[in-house]
Design a binder for this molecule. Structure first.
Ligand code: HSE
Length: 297
């Protein structure tokens, strides 16, 4: 009646897929312990590694847990321990990992009444209190693994995308905090038709490249003419780091989620290590502390 789970970090958007694309990082994530107890309701009993609220209705894991709890109406309750390794506000799905972990763990302890696709919907409810809007591009890959596409939100329609085995992700996390709500507030709700055409051409190209394992096509498609030009101002040295990744052989690079992390996708571990070195060398110039991750997708 207790389960310990690994809740992976994720990269949302992947340049051309704002609010719809995401991928799961295999090697980076939080740990959660969920316990089935006799007392009904959801209680967060312990949080380590971050200063987050223990109140169920103010905590993303708590809100997501309540969503599945209220749907399942079980004759028991759950206690949740959260051990954060992913820093809040880093742009690699910290709040989504907690929301996804809570619903995944509770579903397991209840004997899996819901499908993984249904869990994405519950987790999105929790994630919404952190970001100020409901989007599933981090929770979907966290629960389903690999690359995912949110085909539609109303109703939620999430698709797991076949992807090539040699893709590695490099993430540089500058230690500055960018709140998702702030980095959404600077976006324009209206976009130019010519930019929309570029963006959906690239998104189609990315999906086709993933299915056909065409790394060149994946690289050509990792572009963003709508969101990146507005958000990159929040990230010191963004253009320089991105160029250093591309020059070192990355397929593409961009802002991870709402930032400030900068990601690059690479073919194979050797190139990923080389790209990580180039990005770090470049970032040392800023004097801003940062950490780097290289992970399989
Ligand atoms: N798609 C979201 C955004 C992900 O970029 O705002 C961050 O939670």
């Amino acid at each position: 009646t207790e389960i310990k789970i690994f809740c992976p970090a994720t990269i949302a958007n992947l340049n051309c897929g704002f609010d719809v694309m995401g991928l799961c990082l295999e090697g980076i994530g939080d740990e959660m312990i969920i316990r089935k107890v006799a007392d009904k309701g959801i209680r967060i009993t312990k949080i380590t590694g971050a200063d987050l609220p223990l109140e169920t209705d103010k905590n993303v894991a708590g809100v997501a847990a309540l969503a599945i709890f209220n749907a399942a109406k079980p004759d028991c309750g759950f206690e949740i321990e959260i051990h954060k390794k992913i820093k809040a506000g880093s742009g690699i799905g910290s709040s989504s990992a907690s929301a996804a972990g809570a619903v995944f763990g509770i579903n397991e302890l209840l004997g899996k009444p819901f499908t993984r696709h249904e869990l994405v919907d519950f987790a999105m409810k929790g994630e919404a209190i952190a970001s100020g809007s409901e989007h599933a591009d981090n929770v979907a890959p966290c629960i389903l693994g690999g690359f995912t596409l949110v085909r539609g939100y109303n109703p939620l329609d999430v698709i797991k995308i076949e992807s090539p085995s040699e893709i590695y992700a490099v993430v540089l996390h500058p230690h500055i905090e960018v709140k998702t709500s702030d980095s959404r507030a600077i976006l324009s709700p209206i976009i130019a038709l010519k930019d929309a055409i570029t963006q959906w051409g690239n998104l189609g190209g990315l999906i086709a490249g993933l299915y056909s394992k065409d790394y060149e096509l994946i690289g050509r498609s990792l572009q963003d003419v709508i969101i990146e030009p507005l958000r990159k101002k929040l990230i010191p040295n963004f253009d320089e780091v991105k160029n250093s990744a591309l020059n070192a052989g990355a397929l593409g690079a961009g802002i991870s989620g709402a930032g400030p992390s900068i990601f690059a996708l690479c073919k194979g571990q050797a190139i990923a290590e080389k790209v990580a070195f180039a990005m770090s060398s470049n970032y040392l110039d800023t004097g801003i502390p940062f950490d780097m991750h290289v992970s399989r997708v």
